[in-house]
Design a protein around this ligand. Structure first.
Ligand SMILES: Cc1cc2nc3c(=O)[nH]c(=O)nc-3n(C[C@H](O)[C@H](O)[C@H](O)COP(=O)(O)OP(=O)(O)OC[C@H]3O[C@@H](n4cnc5c(N)ncnc54)[C@H](O)[C@@H]3O)c2cc1C
Length: 393
């Protein structure tokens, strides 16, 4: 794994957050010869994709009728996905194509990729708490590490799906509380022999329990799927945006109680794993040089400074109505580089969930495959900025 950071150092690029976006941003920049420090508050990479143990990488392909042969975004997105998935071909669910992958492999692959890069220094267990801004540019970030306050000075900074730098520099578009998506939590259960009927029976039983007020409305949007291990099953729960771990735990227990009562396959099922936290689908977004519009996505708009291609629909998890999908008209949309660059802070870029976009567009750009791609694009943009090359002003 990357070398351990010292207490007070100089680097060229600081990337905050080692989720899918941050790892790709760091690797893209390091491979172009830049010294990168990746700061992560947890002890391993992967962010919420690792924390929630998703089974499918979304946002990698167009929504074509036949199986897509090419990744929309090649480069690091394809490199990571080919290593985490043993499947060469995607699978179709509804109108979209997804890549099944092994969640246990994700963290191993990200670790291995980071370790290979000599230009990357990873500082795990380090929580960024603030940054110093001078004459419109960030000078340094301050972070706490094992109770000590440390600092990194750098020339350019990437906030990778975290929001802390955007917040401290007041470079964000606040989330509209009425347009917040539900948060997510997951558990795995053992002792449930999988049967394809369960993917219909579980939602039906939960729907009935909500109707008779034995469960809260949001329990209805729980998704069930089998794990690779025999007899093991994965439940992905959605919760009110501000719901914390106690609510998540109570909801999971209530759901399991109902399933045990109503479906015989669950009679001896028990929870054997739970996500370490409740994860938010949205976050304050960058006040960027271009705010990517919902309509840009729907019409499949193209840009001269495009850096990422997307085809994933707006997938908006509404508290009352559940998941709402709106598909784009056309093959794909493009995201411009300007949506990764701060409007008023000169040396700040963003990637992953916090790129500059309207809420509906963010509900597409936030999926794993597109976080990988915006991460790589932000890493490249930061290098171009450092080299004073072709960054669009
Ligand atoms: C319930 C739910 C289900 C989902 N299902 C899928 C799915 O099936 N397929 C799919 O492709 N996508 C799915 N997604 C979306 C996808 O997982 C995430 O949007 C994506 O992984 C976000 O990546 P990121 O790198 O932008 O951010 P994150 O993964 O959030 O990474 C940010 C990192 O920053 C770290 N961090 C935070 N604050 C600080 C700080 N102050 N200092 C230092 N480090 C910090 C965090 O620990 C984290 O590691 C789902 C999301 C949710 C919420």
């Amino acid at each position: 794994m990357g070398r351990l950071a010292k207490q007070h150092e100089e680097t060229e690029l600081v990337v905050v957050g080692a989720g899918l976006a941050g790892v790709c941003a760091a690797i893209a920049a390091a491979r172009r010869g830049i010294r990168v420090t990746l700061i992560e508050k947890e002890s391993s990479p992967g962010g919420m994709a690792a924390g929630l143990r998703h089974r499918f990488m979304c946002g990698l392909f167009t929504n074509s009728a036949s199986a897509p042969r090419k990744y929309l975004n090649r480069g690091l997105t394809e490199e990571v996905c080919r290593q985490v998935s043993s499947r060469k071909a995607p699978v179709k669910m509804g109108k979209v194509w997804l890549l099944p992958y092994d969640p246990d492999r994700l963290m191993i692959v990200l670790h291995a990729l980071l370790t290979r890069e000599r230009n990357i220094q990873v500082s795990y267990g380090s929580k960024v708490i603030s940054c110093s801004l001078q004459a419109g540019s960030i000078q340094s970030v301050q972070y706490s590490c094992f109770g000590k306050l440390c600092q990194f000075n750098a020339a350019v900074f990437i906030d990778a799906g975290v929001g802390i730098l955007l917040d401290k520099c007041k470079a964000f578009i606040p989330l509209d509380p009425l347009k917040r998506q539900m948060s997510g939590f997951a558990v795995e259960m053992d002792g449930v022999p999988w049967d394809d009927d369960l993917s219909f029976r579980v939602p039906y039983v939960l729907y009935q329990a909500v109707q008779r007020e034995a469960l809260p409305l949001y329990a209805r949007w729980t998704v069930v799927m089998p794990c690779a291990e025999k007899g093991r099953l994965y439940l992905k729960l959605s919760l009110p945006a501000m719901g914390g771990l106690p609510l998540a735990g109570q909801t999971a227990m209530a759901i399991v109680r109902i399933l045990r009562q109503k479906i015989s396959a669950f009679s001896s099922a028990k929870i054997v794993w739970q996500a370490p936290d409740v994860f938010s689908r949205d976050v304050d977004r960058l006040d960027g040089r271009y705010v990517f519009k919902d309509n840009d996505l729907l019409v499949g708009k193209k840009f001269s400074d495009a850096v990422v291609k997307g085809s994933w629909p707006m997938e908006f998890w509404d508290l009352k109505r559940g998941p709402q999908y709106r598909y784009l008209n056309g093959d794909h949309y493009e995201l411009p580089l300007r949506s990764l660059r701060a409007n008023k802070v000169f040396n700040l870029f963003s990637a992953g969930r916090s790129v500059s976009a309207e809420p509906g567009a963010q509900a597409s750009l936030r999926v794993g495959g597109l976080c990988l791609a915006t991460g790589e694009a932000a890493g490249n943009a930061a290098v171009d900025y450092l080299k004073n090359a072709s960054v669009t002003e």
